[in-house]
Design a protein around this ligand. Structure first.
Ligand code: MN
Length: 154
């Protein structure tokens, strides 16, 4: 399917935005999922970057946004983001840029630059604050959760 056809098909699809959470810490993963569901999003989870990458590669159009922890086993968040951006650039069948928002426990000088250099779009420090999560998701998804998503024609 080419990009124009994909866009046309997308206009007939109505659903809540889906967010993939890549986070190795089980408590943080559960918390993020619950916050997302409370805000009206559908959430999927991955326990490390390698799993997140394979989930994204299985269907690059599946997720409207990825929340990406930085420090994870197997494949860290920075490398996972680089690989996703590399695929998006290389594969002519991919028509979209999946927004990636970094999650990091380290609010250190330079972290934001590292995340952006790896191809991520924004940055949230942990613990996740619901108001900041909501405003960041709204910025990229242009919806106010489930009700808005129902009204929206995608
Ligand atoms: Mn981690």
């Amino acid at each position: 399917m080419d990009c124009a056809l994909a866009a046309a098909a997308g206009q007939t699809l109505r659903r809540a935005p889906r967010v993939l959470v890549a986070e190795d810490h089980p408590v943080n993963r559960l918390l993020a999922r619950r916050l997302l569901e409370k805000l009206g999003f559908e959430a999927a989870v991955a326990a490390d970057g390698a799993v997140a990458l394979s989930m994204w590669r299985a269907d690059p159009g599946e997720f409207d946004l990825i929340l990406m922890d930085i420090q994870m086993p197997n494949l860290d968040g920075l490398e996972t983001a680089r690989l996703i951006r590399s695929d998006e650039t290389r594969r002519s069948d991919l028509c979209r840029h999946t927004p990636i928002v970094a999650l990091t426990a380290h609010a250190m000088v330079g972290d934001e630059e590292l995340c952006l250099a790896a191809g991520m779009d924004a940055y949230l420090s942990k613990p996740i604050e619901v108001a900041r999560l909501k405003s960041t998701l709204q910025r990229f998804l242009a919806v106010e959760g489930r009700d808005a998503a129902r009204r929206r024609i995608r």
